[in-house]
Every structure is written in C-alpha cells, then in structure tokens.
Design a protein around this ligand. Structure first.
Ligand code: MN
Length: 729
C-alpha cells in the first residue's frame, strides 16, 4: 500500500491482532478502495475524509464485531458521497457487505416537503435494513458516535439539529438494543452541545466531589465484600457514577437538586447464579435500610431491552443513599453491550440460541414497521421512538399473571392496546385490583388490570381516547381502526378534495393524462390503488398540500407533450382582505379565528358560522374535528386557502419552554430585536417542575417568517423548546 498508508497504520495493527489473515487482507483491500473513493474529500475539521470511516471501523472492532462489519464501516459513505455504486461494492466485496452498506446509505433526494419527512423516511429504510441484518444499526450507531465526537466543527444550526436527532432517535435506539456505553456517550455529547452551560456545571459538581466519592464508595465496597463473601463465591463488586445526562434529566426535567439524586452512586455486585443474586439482596437489606418503593426485580421481569438485574436503594451509615445493582455474569454482559454482546463476548452469531435472543431483542423493529405499514404514516416511527422508548417503565399484570410493560403515565386504554388491538377496540371499561376505574386511570407498577370488553358488533374505540392514551402504539392502533372502518367515507372525501385541489391549481388533465398522473402519484406515495390514495387523503395519512408541488410538476411534464388547451374555470369566490380565498361563495365575510391565529402557509379550513360569515381555523386547530365527514354538521366546514398575495401583518403566538433561572426576558427580547420583530404581548408563568412558560405574540408575515423566529429563539440559552401556540395564554 502506498497512498494513505499513514491512515491505516493504527487500524491495520488492530485488525492483524483481531482477525484471521485472509479476513485482515480483505479489510485492507476495503481501506484502499475507500481511500481512493474519498480521495480529495475533506471533513469539516479540515482533515482527510478517510479519517471518519477508519474511526468508525475502530469503534466496531471495539464492539468485537466481525470482519464484514468492519469492511462495511470502511465503505459506509462511499455510495452516498462518491461516484461508487452499490453494484461495484457488491462485485468487489460480496453481497453481504453491499447490503450492510446499502442499509446505512441515506435515501437520495426524494421529493419530500419537510426535513421531518426526510428523517422519517430514512429511519424507516434503516429499520427495514436492520430487520434483515441487525449489524446495519450497529454500524449506523458507530457512525453517529464518531460524528457526535467531532460535531464541534459543524456549523451551529446543523450541530443543534444533529444533537437533537441523536438524543431523540439514536440514543433511544441504542437504549432499546441495550448498548449502554453508546447510549450514554451519545446522550452526554448531545447535552454538551444542546446545553453547554448545564453540562459544564454538572461536570464541575462531579469533579469537586471526586475525592470524597472515591472514599465513600471504597468503604462501602469493602464492607459489602466482607459480608457477601461469606454467603456466595467469587462476587465482583464495582462502584459507578451516573452519567452526566442521567443527572441532567433528574435535575432539569424532574427539578431535583444534585443532592436529591439518590443513584448518583451505585454499587454493582456480579455473581455466578440467580440464587446468588437473591441471597446477596438479603445480605444488603440486612446491612442497610432499604428506601421504600425503590426495589425493582428486573430478573423475573426483564426490561424490553433484555436488561436483567435486581435494583435496590439503601441508606448507608453516613446517611447517604446509594443504589445497589445485583446480577449474574451473563446478565452483566447483556447489560453492558445488549445486542452487541453476541459479538463482543463471542456468544456466536450463527448458533440457534443466540439467534433466538437477537430475534427477541429486535422484535420491536418488526412491530414498529408493521404498525407503520398499517397506519401508512411514516412519522409514527419517529414518534414511537421519541416517546415510548425513553420513558421509565411500569409493570402491570393481567388477571392471568402475565406482565405488561408500559411507559410511566400509560392509562388502562394503553394497557388494553398493548395486549392486542382487538382487545383495545372492544374495550368498554376496566377494573384495577377488582375495582372499576375510569378509562383515564393511570396504571402503576404491581396493579392487576382487567379489561372489560363488549362483543357487540359495531363497537369501536372513541375518538376521545386519542386524547387519553399516552403510548404511540395505542394512538396508532386507534387511528388505524378509524382508517379501516371509515374507509368508504374516506375515499369519497379524499376524491372530492383531490378534484377540488386540481381545479384550484388549474390542473385540467384529459382522460389519458389523468390516468398517467394517477399512476405516478400511486408510485410516489407507495399506495396500491387509486382508492387507497383517496382513502389516505380522506383519513389524513397523506396531506395533499404537501404533495401538490410534485403533482403540479408532473402534470406540467405531461402537459408539455400535449397540445395547448384553453383553461376554462370560473365560479363565485371571495378573497378576503387578509388574502383568504373562499371558492363557491361570493361576498362572504371572512374572519381569522382567535383560537389558533392562522397565518399564510398554514393549512386552513373554514367554518360557516350562523350570521357571522366564515371563520377560518388552522386545519390542526383543536377546535376543528380531525375527520369532517363524521363531525356534526359536516356541510358547514368548507375548504379555504391562501391567495398568492396575502396581507403582510398577522399576529402569531409562540410558546417557549425555558429552564427556571436560566432564561431572562432580556435574552428573549434581544434575540427578537436582532431580527426586527414587533412584539404584541408577552406572558410568563412558572410550572411546578422548575420550568417557565413564555407565550410571545408577535407580528409575522407567514409560516416561514415565524419559523425563522422560532429557530432564533431556540438558540437562546436555557430555552428547551419553542412551539407554535394559539392565542395568548
Ligand atoms: Mn458516516
């Protein structure tokens, strides 16, 4: 090797130590191939690009991954970022490697409207690839880990976006796969970019206590060792400290002080057998006073990521509480490396037993993909990962004694849907510990929940349940029910909407063009038939305004090849002074509703009030029914839209969630000042969990304008989130 030898030196040494000679040779070939493909490309840090794939390969060797994973790591960016094709990779390095590389390659620029949609589609593709070969996600996590380690070179906005995506999507995935070191490093890095001030504060607090902590842990460890060793053989005792992000969550999300966090310190006992675990627990509870309600048996009820351990929090003689975790050697390997333990500890990738465990560990991937294909909405995947993966869990029992694991805050309806969608759909009520409870009842660990069902035909969930449930799983299943049961109505409404929108955009295809256009739409939206497309429109699974630009473009292509046609389309219409168009009604009084303050760019809908004209709402305003056809008086809801030129000043409100004591009104005003925004009103109130909510009403021209303000406000120190809100609080 001549070119790039200096970049391979260290990796080459590692590879020779780890893999058989012929495997090492193939890895070296992959390096040369990647080096040539990326030659001339630089990272944001100014270094040669090859540094990145080499670093990812090293991380994977650290996980104990096989040589194919290492080859794929070296090649993981060549298809996305260089002229090399997937075919070439396949020819040179075989089908498996090509599939791994293909799996981590992002989709090409698909004509999707928003960043969120791109993110959701890419994630869906990643999960699909991972359900074929789990190594895809491990490579992706290693890739993200190195990118996060070197994120400081990236421009600020991109840095925040990537850090946010990491903490919302990739850390939860690492958590669900049980790969603890990766999860913790990703979270800590994300916090260091998203809230650098708090990050440094926690680091400093930890460093200050370092000497006392070591002394404290050492004394506990030796006391425990003396007692435990009389009961079990070869127990290993370790001390550990909670991660920065773990402390951050408790301090800022749960409003605790540094001193109030019990499990900053933890002692871990690793023993040989399960019965040793319970014996040790007895010893610990004999030595120290346990804190009520802090004991958890994850051995009899493993966490969804396969984690097993006994947890208890006790108070030491110094009055300092600490957590004790007790588990077997096997459990410890899974706790540390989760899915990756199969490679790390050479548990074998091919044998049946470990395959079964891998299958079990990634069952959620299949569930997620299945739920998504039923609902037809890719954003479901993102929402489930964001909301259901990270929360703490409660364990609830069925009357038969089966354990159902749910995120904290879940209700009896979530419980019913977690058992099966058929149970949820037929639910009429619930009993907890034999007493009837309301459907809003939030379940707690240890409760026995019985779901009451009705076998009456025609029984189904209520739309109100969507406001009660907290898991994305239940929400998706309820929406899927409405989607299926109301299919006929959805088709009719969707078709009407589609035809209206075509007319409005002067899209007047002849029969042949209409058929061709529909074919393109069906392919691009990945639906099976024309009716499926209409049904998805009617149900809201496809948002027409988002795909209109694509439809216009495709129609123009088709129309260009056809002879010119005269456009004939005219009917009664109103254009209000704000720029809202009402088709079909002349001289109509138009009012923007105060509850949601719509502004140009928002998807809107009109409601014909009695005697006060047309009141215009945002389509997603809580006062607008989600499906019009089944709402009372559906005829009074009418389609309205923004004209090409709208007036220039609207009032719009934003809700800022801030950390108490971290954000000043001055910071917010000066941020708004730098972009010359007129503020109409500003209101603040404190919440119990240590946050301040700030509602700002400003002058805005359009959604884009408002979004740029929101982006600016997100950067203000201590601001956790900025959301669009209705009128003043
Ligand atoms: Mn990469």
């Amino acid at each position: 090797m001549e070119n790039g030898a200096e970049y391979y030196e260290e990796l080459g040494r590692l590879v020779k130590e780890t893999y058989a000679a012929e495997e090492a040779e193939k890895i070296e070939q992959a390096f040369v191939f990647a080096f040539n493909a990326h030659n001339g490309q630089l990272r944001k840090s100014g270094e040669a690009y090859i540094i990145h794939p080499v670093a990812v390969a090293k991380i994977l060797i650290g996980f104990g991954m096989d040589y194919q994973s290492v080859i794929a790591a070296l090649l993981h960016d060549v298809v996305e970022d260089t002229p090399v094709t997937s075919e070439e990779v396949k020819k040179k390095f075989g089908e498996t490697v090509a599939l791994l590389v293909e799996g981590v390659t992002k989709l090409g620029k698909v004509p999707l409207a928003s960043r969120e949609e791109q993110q959701a589609e890419n994630l869906r593709k990643l999960l699909l690839a991972m359900s074929e070969d789990i190594r895809v996600i491990i490579i992706k996590l290693a890739d993200r880990l190195h990118n996060m380690r070197t994120l400081k070179y990236v421009p600020e906005q991109k840095r925040r976006d990537t850090a946010k995506e990491t903490i919302e999507i990739y850390a939860p995935i690492a958590h669900r796969l049980g790969i603890r070191p990766v999860k913790e490093e990703l979270e800590d890095l994300a916090i260091s970019y998203l809230d650098p001030v708090a990050y440094e504060e926690i680091k400093r607090a930890l460093a200050e206590q370092e000497p006392q902590r070591k002394e404290f842990l050492d004394s506990i460890k030796s006391k425990i060792a003396a007692r435990v060793n009389t009961v079990v053989k070869d127990a290993t005792i370790e001390g550990r400290i909670k991660s920065v992000h773990g402390i951050y969550r408790k301090m800022y999300m749960q409003g605790k002080t540094f001193e109030e966090i019990y499990d900053i310190y933890a002692v871990r006992l690793i023993v040989n057998t399960v019965s040793d675990c319970y014996n040790c627990l007895g010893v610990i509870h004999d030595m120290y006073k346990p804190i009520q309600g802090r004991f958890k048996d994850y051995i009899s009820t493993p966490k969804p990521n396969m984690y097993q351990s006994l947890h208890t929090t006790v108070i030491g003689s110094e009055g300092i509480p600490f957590e004790v975790q007790i588990r077997t050697v096997e459990m410890h390997k899974t706790a540390e490396y989760g899915i990756a333990a199969h490679w790390k500890y050479k548990l074998g990738y091919k044998d049946a037993e470990s395959n079964k465990r891998i299958e079990k560990g990634i069952g959620w991937v299949h569930d997620l993909l299945e739920a998504q294909s039923e609902s037809g909405d890719v954003s479901d995947i993102v929402n489930t990962i964001k909301h259901d993966f990270v929360s703490d869990e409660v364990f609830v029992f069925t009357p038969k004694g089966d354990v159902i694991c749910l995120p904290v805050g879940a209700t009896v309806i979530d419980f019913a849907y977690a058992i099966h969608s058929a149970v949820g759909n037929k639910m009429t009520g619930a009993k907890v510990d034999k007493h009837i409870v309301p459907l809003t009842h939030v379940v707690k660990t240890g409760e026995i929940v019985e779901v009451l069902t009705s076998s009456q035909p025609g029984k189904g969930p209520s739309r109100d349940w969507l406001k009660i449930v907290t898991t994305s799983e239940a929400r998706t299943k309820i929406r899927t029910w409405f989607k299926k049961e109301r299919r006929e109505e959805n088709i009719v409404e969707g078709k009407q909407e589609f035809e209206r929108e075509l007319r409005r955009n002067n899209i007047t295809p002849d029969e042949e063009q209409a058929a061709a256009l529909m074919q393109i739409i069906i392919e691009k939206q990945r639906v099976a038939t024309e009716d499926d497309f209409y049904a998805a429109l009617g149900y809201g699974g496809i948002i027409l305004s988002k795909i209109m630009p694509m439809i216009k473009e495709e129609y123009n292509k088709l129309a260009r090849t056809a002879p010119e046609k005269e456009v004939k389309y005219k009917q009664a219409r109103t254009v209000s002074s704000e720029g809202v168009v009402v088709d079909g009604i002349g001289n109509c009084l138009v009012k923007l509703s105060r509850c949601c303050n719509p502004i140009p760019g928002d998807e809107i809908i009109g409601f014909i009030t009695r005697g006060h004209g047309d009141s215009v709402h945002k389509r997603d305003c809580p006062n607008v029914p989600s499906v019009i056809n089944t709402a009372p008086e559906p005829d009074r809801w009418i389609r309205v839209y923004w004209s090409e030129d709208t007036k220039k000043d609207f009032s719009a409100s934003m809700l800022l969630t801030c950390l108490a004591g971290k954000t000043t009104m001055n910071d917010i005003f000066s941020a708004l000042n730098t972009i010359h925004v007129t503020v109409y009103s500003i209101n603040t109130r404190d919440t119990k969990d240590g946050r301040v909510l700030v509602n700002v009403t400003v002058n805005a021209n359009s959604v884009e304008h408002l979004k740029s303000m929101m982006a600016r406000l997100t950067k203000v120190s201590g601001v956790l989130s900025v959301d669009r809100s209705g009128a003043d609080l």
